[in-house]
Ligand binder design. Structure first.
Ligand SMILES: NC(=O)c1ccc[n+]([C@@H]2O[C@H](COP(=O)([O-])OP(=O)(O)OC[C@H]3O[C@@H](n4cnc5c(N)ncnc54)[C@H](OP(=O)(O)O)[C@@H]3O)[C@@H](O)[C@H]2O)c1
Length: 342
């Protein structure tokens, strides 16, 4: 299908790990994509990372801070008009100092501000897909036996004032705000959310250095760099993973499958533990063995670990999930490539 048939998509947070794969998957599927980035330099880096044959279908707009009122209004004055929106931009890093300014405002106002701009300025938008998270589903204080899309984390705004809970609260409250917007404002577009779990996979092309690596790949980078040489960091609280390429495909299918609208999708590939990751790296990269945690350490994956039900993503979105070994090996390969073998 060519780009004019598929139409134009706005992809927010184009500089991010997950967005880099969503961009590839959208272009492969024939969409034309406008990414938002916080600076010209980042926008140009994104365009430079795309295959030359796809560059004419890719452009960027600078959106400095998604928390700012009306910041997306100008973006929707595009010709041909934008037909779909994929919203991945949201802060995800460790060590918040100011939960409201750093996490809750960009996540919540960033989401509601975007939806408001679409409603007011982009009547041609048919569907919006938002990258929520399994953080909006899981309740680590009292795990469900099996999680699915009906589960909601009970995290509140007050919980989010604890910097350790700020990210989780930002995801719960921004997703709730998005569904409330649809319910109350009845816009022309419908909504689907991707509630992906802890995501591994090949790092972005053109990342300036391994220090700039996205948060969820840190543990794999840290193992490869020898930072867990003496002891494994605890795996908790999340014991499920998914590969970023499956997450990317989930976003594209959530746009293109008509019956995906109005749904949450819990995108999860399997269980993992840091011990299992270390064992995979040890068996596949003998040259790294001196940097890895000792082989005899215990596995902290609980015997009664919570289960997950990903049937809806397989049935509606047609996902088939990559296993942990493939995901870890492809992540390590990409880390070694950027770190020039380390
Ligand atoms: N990785 C995971 O395990 C995981 C799991 C579930 C859900 N998610 C969700 O997936 C999305 C992408 O995460 P990721 O892992 O790809 O993280 P990432 O690489 O850190 O990407 C985050 C993106 O959001 C942008 N952003 C953050 N705050 C912003 C602001 N105030 N204004 C404008 N842009 C802002 C970042 O821009 P800069 O590059 O300029 O900072 C970046 O493009 C997030 O919504 C995250 O919650 C991630």
């Amino acid at each position: 299908m060519n780009a004019s048939e598929r139409g134009k998509v706005l992809l927010t947070g184009g500089s991010g790990f997950i967005a880099s794969h969503v961009l590839d998957a959208l272009l492969d599927d024939g969409f034309e994509v406008i990414v938002s980035a916080r600076s010209d330099e980042k926008g140009q880096r994104i365009i430079g990372s795309v295959q030359p044959s796809q560059q004419k279908k890719t452009s960027y707009v600078v959106v400095k801070d998604i928390a700012r009122d009306g910041i997306f209004d100008a973006v929707f004055q595009s010709d041909p008009p934008i037909k779909y929106v994929v919203h991945t931009a949201s802060p995800y890093y460790l060590g918040a100092q100011d939960p409201v300014k750093e996490f809750l405002d960009p996540a919540i106002k960033g989401t509601t501000g975007l939806l408001k701009s679409i409603k007011e300025h982009a009547p041609g938008v048919k569907r919006v897909v938002i990258t929520s998270s399994s953080a909006a589903i899981l309740n680590p204080d009292s795990h469900a036996k099996v999680y699915d899309e009906t589960c909601w984390a009970p995290t509140t705004w007050e919980d989010g004032m604890d910097p350790k809970q700020a990210y989780k609260a930002s995801k719960v409250l921004s997703e709730r705000a998005a569904w409330a917007f649809i319910e109350e404002e009845r816009p022309n577009f419908d909504l689907a959310t991707i509630n992906n779990t802890y995501t591994f996979g090949p790092i972005q092309r053109n990342l300036p250095s391994l220090d700039a690596l996205n948060t969820s790949n840190h543990r794999i980078r840290d193992m490869v760099q020898g930072k867990m040489k003496d002891a494994l960091a605890p795996t908790a609280p999340v014991f499920t993973f998914v590969d970023v390429r499956d997450v990317a495909l989930a976003h594209v299918r959530a746009l293109t499958v008509p019956r995906a609208g109005g749904n949450r999708f819990y995108v999860v590939g399997g269980h993992f533990s840091n011990k299992r990751i270390a064992d995979i790296i040890r068996s596949r990269y003998p040259q790294l063995s001196a940097s890895l945690p000792p082989a005899e350490l215990d596995d902290d994956l609980p015997g009664d670990v919570y289960g997950f039900d990903n049937r809806k993503t397989r049935e509606v979105l047609g996902l088939e999930y990559r296993g942990l070994e493939e995901s870890v090996v492809d992540t390590v390969d990409s880390i070694l490539k950027l770190g020039q073998g380390l």
